[in-house]
Design a protein around this ligand. Structure first.
Ligand SMILES: Nc1nc2c(ncn2[C@@H]2O[C@H](COP(=O)(O)OP(=O)(O)O)[C@@H](O)[C@H]2O)c(=O)[nH]1
Ligand SMILES: [Mg+2]
Length: 720
């Protein structure tokens, strides 16, 4: 596979002194937009065509051939879909535009959030052929993400050349999804087609060279589109005079309308809708114009909440190019040689080469504690200004190609290499203002994948590989399970697991995927007794210990209770702790190997000792033999781990989710409304039935439902 550009994927080019427009001085000459949308909407292809259209690359590559700029990651090429945020910039009308391509696959939601963090606005891409194929659910989920990030958006209707392309249907779907959000979606372009349906052009409705948008004598349907746009703009305008002249039939100035468009976009009350047909090159320039004219500059970005390195309060960080330097690592990737490349967004000040910066680690990125662990210690360890880091060169990325630039100003995005221990989410700042930006939330990884290494050297390789992954894979959680002794990689889904395993193997670790083991325990079904005889008296120092114990079940959660009821000194005091130790060790190891016995009371009732041959060790062995016999005689009940699960689901899918939970032996504890049109279901589900729930729930509900899980307690195996 490995496309033609793979070999030179880490070219380093030295740009001109201002990097050929790649290092603007003034944030007003910058636009950073995240490209977001469902899988296969054509985002990566669009980025490629925009770059070619603006002359940033000689010609557009293709996703299927693995030759695009932003799908430069080997895993992206192999999967033929984006797996990480990737930045490519171009210049259009003297404006530097950073395009931050993001993955559409729900597994990589964390990467979408990273992309949104780097941007000031969103180009939301929806394929016009997908409207009928359940695009509403992923569109809705991703639009909600953009809204949560608080960024203005432009809706791009893509793939106009598809034979089932239906712009009106795609727009209707998006309008339905956006209903209630206060955003008005209005087309700003018109698609022209030949008689056979081929797209010939996509033209802006507010075209200074086109006919007057407010004139009366244009063709009927064109007129309708323009009228809708003009009326929407006037409705949203703060300029009262505009409405008056519109009502009285006077021509309205195009410049005024454009200004109103930009204002309404920045306010997020209006989402302009533009069509593109990437392969035909139609609508590309119009879209770039729209980004320049209607998308707000970085200086309009709302200030970001921040904290002092010691966790105390700090003023929010405003987007000020003349302020102190504050930047953030939004993503960490690797180049073809395996060296780390950090994608950095500058929020304030100016990042220059050859400087030493302070690193303020993001407490949110400290690995999540295991069930029951005290999280406080871990969180504290991750807090604060950890160290300083030397920045050598500053690069403007074009996918994997890094072009050296003299600086990176507030609002711009750059790549830095060799930042040592600096991780995604860390804040980089100058000494004059030590600050940490409040991190963005990561999605929870809920799909466990157990891996084993074949031998000792593979184990070492795996440990090295996992350490390397920790820096780049922010959503991955690595668990060393103390009950099952398995290494479990918690992933967000199968596509994520695929990437994680490929990267582990690329790091030289031969790992095998095995079934995830589920810890089990046993308790006794009823009371019983057992005799332990450990007697060896032939030759030398003998061994002599005999004990009888009784076992009985206790309520759940009681653990193991040991009671000594020896009378008359049939077992001397000094040996009783030995019996207890032997009993507890055997119960801990389990009578069925790997299943500790819990919730029992063991009572020592009788025994025999020898004045010379008895010892603590002998009584340990006798205790263990006695309890083994007692457990076998009592019969056991297997218990499994029960989890408290909370599923948030669209009301339309509630029945499906409840039915599925029942088939998993889940017990629904309650349901309650969780916002408009959705329900929160609380249930208790055995761990075994949850192992693939992350994958199953997503496919059952087209990705609209989400869940959380928390260990509750052990319970007898359902139906077992
Ligand atoms: N015919 C046609 N195919 C497209 C267009 N845009 C994308 N594709 C194809 O659709 C598939 C998915 O495109 P991609 O850019 O990876 O989508 P992404 O997941 O949104 O980044 C690829 O095979 C592209 O070649 C388009 O405008 N027209
Ligand atoms: Mg893509």
């Amino acid at each position: 596979m490995g496309g033609t550009k793979a070999g030179d994927s880490t070219r380093r080019a030295r740009g001109g002194r201002t990097g050929d427009g790649l290092a603007p001085d003034d944030p007003a000459a910058l636009r950073s937009v995240a490209i977001v949308g469902p899988m296969a909407a054509g985002k990566t292809t669009l980025v490629e065509e925009l770059l070619a259209c603006a002359g940033a690359i000689p010609r557009a590559g293709s996703v299927t051939a693995g030759t695009t700029v932003t799908d430069h990651d080997p895993d992206a090429r192999r999967q033929q879909r984006s797996v990480a945020p990737a930045v490519a910039s171009l210049t259009h009308r003297n404006m530097k535009i950073n395009l931050v391509d993001t993955p559409g696959c729900p597994d990589f939601l964390g990467e979408v959030r990273a992309g949104l963090r780097a941007a000031d606005a969103v180009l939301f891409v929806v394929g016009t052929a997908d409207a009928a194929d359940g695009a509403a659910a992923p569109t809705s989920a991703l639009l909600a993400e953009c809204r949560r990030a608080g960024l203005p958006a432009v809706l791009v209707l893509s793939r106009l050349d598809h034979q089932r392309a239906d712009e009106a249907a795609a727009l209707a779907t998006c309008r339905e999804v956006a209903a209630g959000s206060g955003e008005v979606l209005v087309p700003v372009t018109r698609t022209e087609r030949a008689a056979d349906g081929t797209v010939t052009a996509v033209r802006p409705l507010l075209d200074p060279e086109g006919p007057d948008p407010t004139a009366e004598d244009t063709a009927e349907d064109e007129d309708d589109l323009r009228r809708e746009l003009v009326e929407t703009l006037i409705e949203q305008s703060e300029d009262e005079a505009l409405l008056e002249s519109w009502i009285s039939g006077e021509p309205v100035s195009l410049a005024a309308l454009r200004t109103d468009l930009a204002t309404a976009v920045a306010r997020r009350s209006l989402v302009p809708v533009a069509g593109v047909c990437a392969p035909a090159g139609a609508g590309l320039e119009t879209l770039l114009d729209l980004v320049v004219d209607a998308v707000p500059p970085p200086t309009a970005h709302p200030p970001l909440p921040a904290h002092a390195p010691d966790g105390a309060g700090h003023d929010p960080v405003a987007p000020d190019p003349d302020g102190p330097l504050v930047a953030e690592v939004v993503h960490t990737g690797t180049d073809a040689q395996g060296s780390r490349v950090s994608l950095v967004r500058v929020f304030s000040g100016r990042l220059t080469p050859d400087t030493t910066l302070n690193v303020c680690a993001d407490p949110l990125r400290v690995p999540a504690p295991r069930d029951g662990e005290d999280p406080t210690g871990a969180a504290d360890a991750g807090h604060g200004a950890r160290e300083t880091v030397r920045v050598n060169r500053v690069y403007a990325p074009l996918g994997a190609t890094l072009r050296e630039v003299p600086w990176c100003v507030a609002g711009d995005v750059c790549a830095l290499t060799r930042l040592g221990a600096v991780a995604t989410g860390d804040t980089l700042c100058g000494a004059e203002d030590l600050v940490g930006l409040d991190g963005w939330e990561l999605p929870e990884a809920l799909l466990p994948v157990a891996v084993t290494a074949a031998d000792r050297s593979a184990q070492d390789a795996m440990a090295r590989g996992l350490a390397r992954l920790a820096a780049t894979e922010t959503t991955l959680r690595v668990e060393r399970n103390e009950d099952t002794h398995q290494i479990v990689l918690w992933c967000t889904g199968e596509a994520h697991a695929d990437v994680v395993l490929a990267r582990l193997r690329a790091a030289g670790a031969t790992v095998e995927v095995t079934d995830v083991a589920v810890p089990e325990r046993e308790t006794v079904a009823g009371p019983a007794s057992g005799l332990g005889r450990h007697v060896k008296q032939s030759g030398g120092h003998g061994q002599f210990a005999v004990c009888r114990i009784e076992i009985e079940p206790l309520p759940r959660g009681s653990g193991v209770e040991f009671v000594d009821r020896i009378v008359g000194g049939v077992i001397p005091r000094a040996y009783i702790p030995g019996v207890e130790k032997g009993v507890r060790a055997q119960l801990e190891a389990g009578v069925t190997p790997g299943r500790p016995v819990v919730d029992v009371r063991v009572t020592l009732v009788d025994g025999k000792a020898h004045s010379v041959d008895s010892s603590d060790q002998a009584f340990q062995t006798a205790g263990s033999l006695a309890v083994k016999e007692a457990v076998a005689a009592a019969g056991t009940i297997v218990m499994e781990r029960l989890y408290e699960v909370e599923v948030t689901v669209d009301d339309s899918q509630l029945g499906t989710v409840l039915g599925d939970l029942a088939s998993r032996h889940g017990r629904v504890v309650g349901t309650e409304p969780a916002g408009p049109g959705s329900t929160l279901v609380r249930a208790e589900v055995p761990e075994q039935a949850l192992l693939r729930y992350a994958v199953d729930l997503r496919s059952l509900t087209s990705g609209t439902a989400s869940f959380t899980r928390r260990f509750s307690r052990y319970e007898p195996v359902a139906g077992g």
